[in-house]
Unconditional design. Sequence first.
Length: 156
Amino acid sequence: MTTVITHNRRRSRLSSLIDQPGGISTRIALKQAAENLAGLESQSLALVEETIQKLADMSPPASIDEVHDKLNEAYALSAGIIDAAGPFAREDLCRAATNLCDLLDGSPVDQMFDWRIITVHAQSFRLLLILPEEQAEARKQVLASLQEVLKAKLGA
């Protein structure tokens, strides 16, 4: 028995507009896309705040049987922060969330997890959100501290 996979190619609306005679230029299309994206930034940051709160509200696993599910839930929330913050050049939040993902990935599911790691990351996310942009050194310090947690827990 042979399986046949059919793939329907679809063109994006943007590529259609650019390719049409009399269509828009790439420069104009990129400018419009940036303007549209900027309009979504506040909505994205609200989603980041909501996700951080969900992460902070998570309770530690009550038994070894719950560890796997709790780690997966925390991982999904952390990845959600990356998804929401990434398009808006919030590398600090993305790096912190990646750090947490790495910690969760490297944690054995047959042992209890040090839940303080989740709490520290949630607090760090909040701090990164409220720090003014000109506080670059403070942001670096927060990220360096989280990296130290990763090294201490995983030996990375």
